[in-house]
Design a protein around this ligand. Structure first.
Ligand code: PFF
Length: 456
């Protein structure tokens, strides 16, 4: 076995890092998930709680992860090990980093399938398949796609291959270059779509829905969903931010850059809401439609609105850009590990990691297209492979991973070492009690609520 070599890759500069990390953060979570969970949880009050979670828990945990990566300068498992060693603690703590890498890898295996749906929808929107926006036709379109295992395999394989081809080129020539080109385009598309939605849709109904909090509509479960989503959307506990921290150039402030990344991520989610809701309300559609909101509800509106065909194409291009830069982030730590520890060449590692993702994605494809091999009969009824994976990662692995990161950086790691990473002393004095007490308590609450151990 080869000895792990220290990462020598670095982002070119502060801006490149912020763009890459924003690319990792902005993804399906912002454009697909945030609008539908906001719709399901009643709007404004949910958005407010989500913002509080980002500010008080998401940003501090992000800072903790980047600091671990920056000190360790290795892939996540080894970076956490380095910090544990420097702090005189057990090597078992490296599992905290490992857990993230494994969660990220599993998440990617279904993330590529949903990105494949978005890719298929670019084509469908362009081909005029939304027709005149007849709800039955649009719903059949989605069912036809998800039931067609071969079509899903084709779209998913395209996404996996594209991911491999970019990541194989390396951190600077592949990842950084792709993200630097795609992120500005994504912002432009998003702004263009927001202007369209404001002029053609019902801007004020959407604005009121998203920004006028009505706490009677928010359940305690909504609070839990908001905290869980703040992890998902900021790419926490998935190995990503530790890995990106390992590539951080010297002299970049971890606190300031984390605030910027969280700010851009939140801005994209809020603007995505202001693209989707004006269109939904103007067409008297249901904001609480659930995961099908952008695949089954929005296309009804695109079919009915002026210029809807072009706007539909642009919308799904934007979604693919957002998802793709996150897919790159989700595979990076596995690829870097194969290079660092196993001595693979970068291309060889990219293809090996990509092949594994492709194999795993077959489980999700088989379960959404209702193939019996991916549907299990249990005492609790039928369980789909995709549903199990989604539940285990988003609801169990991410909260536990976040909790362990908070415990490790707040209680276990050497305080002086962490203080050295977290910039200015006053920032550290603010950060430390949050990561030591507030974050673990809040995460524990969410985790217990989600797993049904407690009912608030
Ligand atoms: N943050 C991205 C999103 O919101 O889609 C991608 C992502 C990364 C999701 C890590 C989940 C995760 F654990």
């Amino acid at each position: 076995m080869q000895k792990a070599t220290r990462q020598t890759n670095r982002w070119s500069n502060r801006l490149a890092y912020i763009l890459a990390a924003t690319g990792a953060a902005v993804g399906l979570g912002n454009i697909w998930k945030f609008p539908y969970i906001t719709g399901q949880n009643g709007g404004g009050a949910f958005v407010l709680v989500y913002l509080v979670c980002i500010l008080f828990i998401g940003i501090p945990v992000m800072m903790a992860e980047v600091a671990l990566g920056k000190h360790g300068r290795h892939t996540p498992g080894r970076s956490v090990l380095e910090v544990a060693k420097s702090s005189g603690k057990s090597h078992w703590w490296s599992l905290v980093g490992w857990m993230g890498v494994v969660s990220g890898y599993l998440i990617l295996s279904f993330y590529v399938v949903i990105t494949g749906w978005a890719l298929a929808y670019i084509y469908k929107a362009g081909a005029g398949d939304f027709g005149t926006g007849d709800p039955k036709q649009v719903q059949a379109l989605f069912a036809d796609l998800t039931n067609d295992g071969w079509a899903l395999l084709g779209w998913t394989s395209t996404v996996v291959l594209a991911t491999v081809l970019v990541i194989g080129k390396g951190v600077k020539a592949g990842l950084e270059r792709a993200v630097s080109a795609l992120m500005p385009l994504l912002f432009l598309l998003l702004l263009g779509l927001a202007i369209y939605a404001a002029s053609e849709g019902d801007f004020w109904a959407a604005f009121h829905f998203m920004f006028a909090p009505d706490f009677s509509k928010l359940s305690i479960n909504g609070v839990v969903v908001a905290l869980g989503h703040s992890f998902f959307t900021l790419s926490l506990a998935s190995g990503i931010m530790i890995m990106y921290g390992a590539y951080l150039p010297e002299g970049v402030s971890i606190a300031k850059s984390s605030v910027w990344i969280a700010f851009f991520d939140t801005l994209v989610a809020l603007i995505a809401g202001m693209v989707i809701y004006p269109v939904v309300f103007a067409n008297h559609l249901e904001p609480g439609a659930g995961p099908g909101l952008i695949f089954q509800t929005l296309p009804i509106a695109f079919g009915q609105m002026p210029g809807g065909r072009l706007v539909g194409v642009l919308f799904f291009i934007m979604l693919v850009f957002a998802a793709f830069t996150s897919a790159l982030a989700l595979i990076e730590s596995s690829v870097a590990w194969l290079v660092e520890k196993r001595g693979f060449g970068r291309w060889q590692a990219a293809f090996a990691a990509g092949f594994g993702i492709w194999l795993l994605s077959l489980g999700t494809i088989a379960s959404v297209s209702n193939m019996p091999i991916a549907i299990f009969h249990t005492p609790w009824g039928e369980v789909h492979f995709f549903a199990i994976l989604d539940y285990l990662t988003a609801n169990i692995a991410l909260p536990i991973g976040g909790l362990l990161i908070a415990i490790f950086t707040g209680w276990v790691a050497n305080k002086a070492l962490m203080a050295d990473m977290i910039d200015a002393p006053w920032v550290f004095r603010l950060w430390h009690p949050v990561i030591k007490y507030l974050a673990p308590l809040a995460i524990l609450l969410v985790f217990l609520q989600l797993t049904g151990v407690i009912h608030l």
